[in-house]
Write a protein that binds this ligand. Sequence first.
Ligand SMILES: [Ca+2]
Length: 502
Amino acid sequence: MHRLLPLLFLSLCGHGLAAESARGTKPNILFIAVDDLNDYISPLQNHPGVKTPNFERLALRSVNFANAHCAAPACHPSRVAVMTGVHPATSGIYRNLFGAHGPRWREESPVLKDAVVISQHFRNHGYRAVGAGKLFHALQWTPGDSQNDPAAWDDYRGDPLDPISQDWVRAKFESDAEAGLTPGRPLSHNLFGAAALPGTDEDTGDHKIVDWAAAQLRATHAKPLFLAVGLFRPHIPFEVPQKWFDLHPLAEVKLPLTQPDDLADAHDHGRRRWHKWVVENQQWEKFMQGYLASISYVDHQLGRLLDALDASPLKTNTIVVLWSDHGFHIGEKENWEKFALWTQTTRVPLFIHAPGVSRDGQRTIQPATLTDLYPTLCELAGLPVPAHCDGTSLAPQVKNPATPRAPLSLTSFQFGSEPIPSHAVSDSRYRFIRYGDGFEELYDHASDPREFTNRAADPALAAIKARLGRGLPQQAAPDRAPPASSPYNLRSSAAGKKKSAK
Ligand SMILES: [Ca+2]
């Protein structure tokens, strides 16, 4: 896809798009990833009563891509796609693949073998690249399971192959039996839950990561800086200090708008037992409170990061980009978390500020895919775009958010029950999904932003469906499995042996 992009870039780069200072130095990059953050934040307005002042602050100083979608609705494939610029439909990395200790994705997919990670690409062009927290996939509760590529960074906070598990304490909680809850909670050990953490913000992982990033911003660097910051909340478990829960009193928590029998005309995501357990145990409001509390917590951490940038020498010459790896359901369509292809699952916050270039404070509904980030940052910084990148630069929309954009967004996923991958595309109005079993869904966001009514069989929309269908991959890569034998398998690595011996 988009193999002509390097040629297009060469024709553009002489026209002053790069956000370079008057001295001709390269702009710094502040690259912020937030885990499992959906469109409830106030600049995207998809949940009543949510106030995220620091996301609003960021929106005022960037272009808000309000119709941006992940490349895959799960952490590992989404992040590999962002960090390499290679779409799942090209790589075949559609699902979470666990049990790795190193960049095993290079062996999971042949086309990723020599793909250059975005931080490495900037290093290759004179940058110092440093990172902290969750950038490639990792979880709080699986120490050492990380597909980060340590070779892609000059410096990383802590262990790049165990970037977050040491940082997060657990909340005190009752067992489900003690709490009178029925057996069958999804996941185990209360990982799918909401509870206040003991201690203060200073004891929490994302706070420590922002402290580290702030020190990087204060330091003097001989080279331009590529600083990547991966924040873990609002990912489950919904555990942050009590004060963030206090901002969202349980009695005032609103549930999402839902419609009975919404799934009657839709694909079965296979996760209804999650919602069934939540509703039967009257946990829906409590979990919504926990998710909103976690959003408020991460909004605060974003504010600290922006404060650190504003107080630093890098303030005026730094491109800022913030993205989340996918959307999130809090009971919409009887789903929780992600692993589906509706807009609730795939829409992500995406903000881009480029000094002297971006039309800050504006929003665009032109469709974007997170694989567009890699070529966008290259273009804004005046770097060539590697040939392996699938995306199309968003620089025209950064310059003028009203600029029409031809490529549709593209999100791909492999459902476990189906033989081939599923794909979803959006233009600025419609969304079309074709599943691996052939089932189709078509939604008109002008009249149905919550995708309640599937109009794939509506003759009035046949031409639109055909047009969007032409945006689906013609020959998507087959789903890849974890390599049985790999030096990056957690069990075969020295770190994995050490951890499993504990
Ligand atoms: Ca429906």
